[in-house]
Ligand binder design. Structure first.
Ligand code: FDA
Length: 385
């Protein structure tokens, strides 16, 4: 499309939502440029050749929201299954339900506590640091749920996620650790939950399926050999940029720090490896944090019953060339971010959005909600600029 009215950098859910609103609501001609060879950002999924199972390429994606507007909006592009997410954790060879609930507590203490007895027990165990301000994540964890449960289920799992002993992590990383005094082990508390019936990619492609929307894959905004690059467009064409904010400014104020994950995939000649979609591993002796078995995301599908695949998930700090997944958000990062934000606010005809453009962890419904707000409040002016 020559001379688009709007260029969007990044085809993740934020960019796709902006593209949809610009094209369908404002009749604008939109070009999305995407550096990867596929649409959809981290929510993208593909069908595994050997098993026919849909695999979330960048890590498990579960859709959930209590935002009515977002729920109604996403249902314009896909229907959702009635999948309800549940997580289990293996600790010292025994499987427990997560998040910690009455079932976990009674199994762990080999007891039959009532809700109020369990509440009393955890309050007593959490009293170890009473009256003191926890100095680190370890003390904070103990002060929230008591030492026995913290050390079994949180300490080493968190240590593996951060490659750091929780004694050396700031207490601020966690504000609460949910404990339910019922047997409810639904992972999410949201009103709506499910997985896209025909898969993530069908959903994402539907969002971009409009005559006014063109998607250019394998096209990087900073590659000056392609026409729609930053140097050519800056100040000339309205842009919504959803790539990393520090990269936009050539890292001139320093890198914002992220964690990433590595997924190790294994194919197995069994119909079912673990009986559930996500099994956490709480112990230090197991190097990965969890195993995902994607076939269980779609029990309604007719997958082959003699083979499956699993993904072992390892967590680590990201280098500049890794996929940035979870912002570290240290106080140094927050200071750097404020300075980048000032520069971003002064950029001619460019809006920054999405998890990379704003350096914050956003669930899918949050990314969509934020994009809908930008479309309401800022897009009309941007399109006029
Ligand atoms: P996203 O990262 O998806 O898209 C940005 C796009 O911009 C990418 O496609 C990138 O290639 C492109 N880009 C960057 N720089 C570019 C450049 N210079 N030129 C061109 N293109 C460029 N959410 C949830 O609700 N439930 C869940 O279970 C999970 N699970 C989950 C697991 C993991 C491992 C991660 C990392 C994230 C989740 N999420 C999630 C979050 C979810 O992935 C997130 O909400 C969306 O990806 C946000 O969409 P964005 O468009 O902001 O970013």
């Amino acid at each position: 499309m020559s001379n688009p009215d709007l260029v969007i950098v990044g085809s993740g859910l934020f960019g796709l939502t902006i593209a949809d609103r610009a094209a369908r609501e404002h009749g604008a001609r939109v070009t999305i440029i995407e550096s990867r060879d596929h649409i959809g950002g981290n929510a993208y999924s593909e069908v595994d050749d050997r098993t026919g199972i849909e695999v979330h390429k960048y890590g498990a994606h579960l859709f959930h929201t209590s935002n009515e507007r977002v729920w109604k909006y996403v249902n314009d592009f896909t229907s959702f299954t009635d999948y309800v997410h549940k997580v289990y954790t293996t600790h010292q060879g025994v499987v427990y339900p997560m998040p910690i609930n009455l079932g976990t507590i009674n199994q762990f203490f080999s007891a039959a506590y009532s809700p109020s007895e369990a509440r009393e027990l955890i309050a007593e165990q959490a009293g170890e640091f009473a009256g003191k301000d926890p100095e680190n994540l370890n003390d904070k964890g103990i002060s929230l749920i008591g030492r026995p449960l913290y050390e079994a289920f949180i300490k080493h799992y968190t240590g593996k996620q951060w490659q750091t002993d929780p004694k050396d992590l700031p207490a601020s990383i966690i504000s609460r650790l949910p404990v339910r005094y019922t047997y409810d082990n639904r992972y999410f508390n949201d009103t709506y939950e499910g997985l896209p019936t025909k898969g993530y990619t069908a959903w994402l492609e539907n969002m971009a399926d409009h005559p006014n929307i063109e998607v250019k894959l394998s096209t990087d905004y900073f590659d000056e050999s392609q026409e729609l690059n930053k140097k050519n467009l800056r100040g000339n064409v309205p842009v919504v940029y959803t790539g990393p904010v520090d990269r936009y400014f050539d890292y001139e104020l320093g890198d914002l720090k992220w964690r990433t994950i590595d997924l190790e995939t294994e194919h197995l000649d069994v119909g079912d490896f673990q009986g559930t979609s996500v099994m956490n591993y709480a112990d230090e002796s197991v190097p990965f944090t969890r195993i995902i078995e994607p076939r269980h995301f779609h029990p309604e599908r007719d997958y082959a019953t003699d083979r499956t695949l699993i993904q072992r998930e390892f967590s680590r700090f990201a280098e500049r060339d890794d996929e940035p997944y979870y912002p570290i958000n240290s106080s140094a990062d927050r200071e750097t971010l404020l300075q980048y934000r000032e520069k971003a606010a002064a950029e001619p005809s460019t809006l920054f959005g999405g998890r990379l453009g704003t350096y914050q962890y956003l669930d899918m419904h949050m990314a969509i909600g934020a994009a809908l707000s930008m479309a309401d409040n800022k897009l009309p002016d941007l399109l006029r600029s």
